[in-house]
Ligand binder design. Structure first.
Ligand code: HEM
Length: 536
């Protein structure tokens, strides 16, 4: 047993020779994990490919939902008949349920995406330098990664269920488009991620360092591919492309005409970039928070300093990246979803130069904002000219406008957090690399401990802006949210499942915090260092 920590740069040259039996076992475990993962995910993807036709007709209230323009209003009448209290609107409750479950779910994927990437950096440093400290880092953060991955999978399955139960009409309409993306996610991304995860977790003393690094890289790639397909599917709802609508037997379906136009729809690339840097930011500030905590408590200091150094570089790149990609996202919104852009800045005149608010409160009935703004800034950012007119909310009929106050507030809160994260990362960099006093500056370390909430909040607010800003459309300009609801679902049923889901998700969250707390309290294990010295 080695009882000392090597410093960064000190070289140890262990070579781990893979044991054949152990390797076989690890590969078998990886294979079984992947098959299990696919068995869980594939039926749901299939459900989409088939446009939920596999379900019995009475599942969504039987035949007869008419999506033809002449009978669209029928959907609203049926809905109001199923509303036994003004607040008990099945559409509203289904949206609350989806929002709540996806908000809980989205705590975990950004962490596993970002941590996956950081694991590759940490283990690459180990393979390059053979300094066991880097392996200790990798092994500790792998345990946290595995926890977030498990919670992400457990909380994600509910999403796919809900499409069938609450949003059957929508699922029918988008089945061809969404099914392909979700199936691709299940087959390529999830398979890669969960398959190699077994090698990553159980292969430490069975694989050579390079082979292990390869597994880590595949897991990280899998997590990123997963994000690609989900973001593609979501972006298609925002800026649909590469499809035509088939009207048959009183039912509308979107059918793919150009797969690559679906994948590269106008908003998918920028949204993916912004989502990924948001995920990297979440992981980097999480690692910073734990490392700062160890330094404040004077525990695992060597480990914490090395973790902090890597995380600070990632945090710096990701927080600046959020601003750059966020600006690009804004340009795409301006071009393709002008009503959303108008709501984000509460810009009411049909066509006039627009400023950008630093903060404010929207007085919707008076069509004005009480707050502080930079005149002409929105025009400058969106049109390249401070006096250029920007389309405002009045240019759209009231039934086609998104809710203004929530979109305005969530957008501004996200940007404010983004700016604060940039400032904090820059401050950290100055104190670490210029002044060299970061590890002793307790107030800054405490700031880093609490900053873990920043990217998490910004991620939630970002999705809220994007999805509430898309309203009243479920597929922008093509299908209204009210049309997407399952026909048979009543408000009471949705309320029941909403309460149940809330309880289950709360339980999952408490479990996550409990396990996370335990792992952080234990800290890196002595064994994490020792493996690097094991010769076989
Ligand atoms: C720094 C300034 C920022 C700007 C200017 C900005 C801009 C935007 C815009 C315009 C959207 C809406 C895109 C759409 O509806 O199509 C958006 C969404 C989003 N933002 Fe930000 N953002 C910033 C910071 C952040 C930060 C710090 C995070 C997380 C760490 C974040 C995470 C998200 C997410 C997850 C979405 C939803 C996905 C998407 O639509 O891209 N944003 N952001």
């Amino acid at each position: 047993m080695i009882d000392r920590t090597l410093s960064i740069g000190e070289r140890a040259t262990p070579e781990i020779k893979p044991s054949r039996n152990g390797l076989r076992l690890a590969v078998l475990r990886a294979f079984l994990a992947s098959v299990l993962a696919l068995l869980v995910r594939f039926p749901f993807a299939l459900l989409f490919l088939e446009g939920v036709e596999l379900l019995p007709p009475q599942w969504d209230g039987g035949p007869g939902l008419c999506h033809l323009p002449s009978c669209r209003t029928g959907a609203d009448e049926v809905l109001s008949a199923r509303r036994w209290h003004p607040a008990m609107d099945p559409v509203f409750l289904s949206r609350v349920q989806f929002g709540l479950t996806i908000a809980f779910h989205y705590i975990y994927p950004p962490l596993s995406i970002g941590l996956g990437g950081m694991l590759v950096i940490m283990e690459s440093l180990y393979v390059k330098t053979r300094n066991p400290l880097y392996q200790q880092l990798t092994r500790f953060w792998v345990r946290i990664f595995a926890l977030t991955f498990a919670l992400g999978v457990a909380s994600g399955v509910v999403m796919e269920f809900q499409f069938g139960t609450n949003w059957a009409m929508y699922s029918r309409f988008v089945g061809d488009v969404f099914g392909s993306a979700l199936a691709a996610e299940g087959i390529f991304a999830f398979f890669l991620e969960s398959g190699f995860l077994a090698l990553l977790l159980f292969g430490w003393d069975k694989l050579g360092p390079r082979m292990h690094l390869f597994s880590t890289t595949m897991v990280a790639l899998g997590a990123h591919f997963s994000a690609i397909w989900i973001v593609v599917a979501d972006s298609w709802m925002q800026t649909p492309a590469g499809f035509h609508v088939v009207e048959a037997a009183l039912r509308r379906r979107a059918e793919i005409t150009d797969f690559w136009a679906v994948v590269f729809n106008p908003s998918s690339v920028v949204r993916l970039a912004h989502t990924l840097v948001g995920a990297w930011s979440a992981a980097a500030f999480f690692v910073l928070s734990v490392s700062a905590y160890y330094l404040l408590k004077r525990r695992h200091q060597e480990f914490a300093r090395a973790s902090m150094q890597i995380a600070l570089i990632v945090a710096l790149v990701a927080s600046l990246g959020s601003l750059v990609t966020g600006h690009s996202s804004g340009l795409v919104v301006a071009q393709h979803q002008p009503a959303k852009l108008a709501a984000m800045e509460a810009h009411f005149p049909a066509a006039a130069p627009a400023g950008m608010y630093l903060f404010g409160w929207v007085k919707e009935d008076e069509q004005r904002v009480i707050g502080s703004s930079i005149p002409g800034m929105l025009s400058l950012l969106a049109r390249g000219d401070a006096s250029a007119p920007v389309t405002g909310l009045s240019a759209f009929p009231p039934q086609d406008r998104p809710p203004v106050q929530p979109v305005f507030q969530s957008f501004h809160a996200m940007v404010a957090i983004g700016m604060a994260l940039i400032a904090l990362a820059l401050l950290g960099a100055i104190f670490l690399w210029w002044l060299g006093t970061l590890h002793q500056t307790r107030w800054l370390l405490w700031l880093f401990v609490f900053a873990v909430a920043g990217p998490q909040l910004a991620n939630q607010l970002g999705w809220f802006t994007a999805e509430v800003g898309r309203q009243p459309w479920i597929v922008y300009g093509v299908m209204r949210t009210t049309e997407g609801l399952s026909r048979a679902v009543t408000a009471g049923q949705v309320l029941g499942s909403l309460v149940l889901f809330t309880l289950i998700y709360l339980l999952l969250f408490v479990l996550f915090i409990f396990l996370l707390d335990q792992k952080i309290r234990h800290g890196p294990l002595a064994d994490d260092l020792e493996v690097a010295y094991r010769r076989r």
